[in-house]
Design a binder for this molecule. Structure first.
Ligand SMILES: [Zn+2]
Length: 339
């Protein structure tokens, strides 16, 4: 039994480290953008669109992702998407979000320059800070199965040039892992590391524990997106602990994408018991019929975590963020002060 209730979770100040701006588009936002741009979607009503979101496996999911990326045509679309996203984060009392954003897709699909994309998101982020007091940092990701090495180097340069601007926080690596091990990107991440850019890498979701290890040892990842398959390998768990790496765990995502058969069989608690720094995240919330509050609640109910435990996970997320230490402390204090 847990003392955690829906109302309590809703009021808990939170920090989210793993959520995709594009993957968090609400179906209603997507329909609005597609209609205003005359872009055909595989579904025309909200109900049909919701049904279409119900994917079957990871490759199908990636296909959905690519399809709806096409509905984002202009910088105004990027601004509106970011604004809707931040309103939704604020509604959930998420004080700070480090969100993954796939800038290269909007560049290749519609030729929107990276700087223009960042300006649009910055305008939305400034407005959200003013209106709700919430902050945003971006992890610009390389979608590993869709890019050439030249593309990946281009992205690393974008991020290296923008890093330190208060919006672009890190270089990421995302996508379907099989046939795309992290070591393929060693040179790219070495380049960004030289420029002082942190690396945040999806690994150990659709790939084996060994990918988590190479993401840490060869790409210098300080946080791992998912990392749940590491549970099968004690030596990888040891590397995660020794390097102080945080896992951005997304439980509903893992169940929906069949990374784990059910919430009950999810390794979240086992990883926690092994001394791994796990955090709770939502990944692509509307696609998985969830949000961050929903994930906190599910984790508490499934594994019997208490209010004190959830506060500790939220404080850990603040600590593992890429914010300056004064802001980390401020966030941790606000979370700790919650009743
Ligand atoms: Zn992700």
């Amino acid at each position: 039994m847990t003392d955690v209730t829906e109302e309590w979770v809703a009021g808990l100040p939170k920090v989210e480290l793993h959520v995709h701006v594009e993957g968090a588009i609400l179906p209603e936002t997507l329909l609005r953008l597609a209609r205003r741009n005359g872009v055909a979607l595989p579904a025309n009503s909200l109900e049909e669109l919701r049904a279409w979101y119900a994917f079957t496996d990871f490759p199908h999911f990636a296909e959905i992702y690519q399809t709806f990326s096409k509905a984002i045509v202009t910088v105004d679309d990027i601004h509106d998407m970011a604004w809707d996203f931040l309103k939704e984060q604020a509604r959930q009392n998420i004080l700070h979000t480090e969100a993954t954003f796939t800038a290269f897709t909007h560049y290749t699909n519609h030729g929107i320059p990276f700087a223009d994309q960042m300006a649009a998101i910055r305008a939305a982020a400034d407005k959200a800070r003013e209106a709700y007091g919430v902050s945003l940092g971006l992890i610009i990701d390389i979608a590993r199965e869709y890019v050439t090495m030249d593309d990946a180097r281009t992205m690393a340069r974008w991020v290296a040039d923008a890093h330190g601007d208060g919006l672009v926080f890190a270089l990421g690596l995302a996508g379907y892992e099989p046939d795309h091990p992290p070591e393929l990107f060693t040179d790219v991440f070495a380049m960004s590391r030289e420029a002082g850019v942190p690396a945040i890498v999806h690994a150990g979701e659709t790939g084996p524990a060994a990918f988590v290890r190479t993401a840490i040892e060869q790409l210098g990842a300080q946080r791992i997106g998912h990392g749940v398959t590491a549970i099968s390998d004690p030596s990888t768990l040891a590397v995660i602990r020794e390097r102080g790496v945080t896992l951005e765990v997304c439980p509903s995502s893992n169940v929906c994408l069949k990374v784990t058969p059910s919430m009950e069989q999810h390794p979240f608690r086992l990883l926690d018991q092994q001394g791994v720094a796990v955090t709770i995240n939502s990944d692509d919330p509307p696609m998985f019929s969830t949000d961050l509050n929903g994930e906190y609640l599910k984790v508490a109910r499934t594994f019997g975590y208490s209010r004190a435990d959830l506060k500790a996970f939220a404080i850990r997320a603040a600590g593992a963020s890429l914010l300056p230490s004064a802001r980390k402390t401020e966030l941790a204090d606000r979370i700790a002060a919650y009743a």
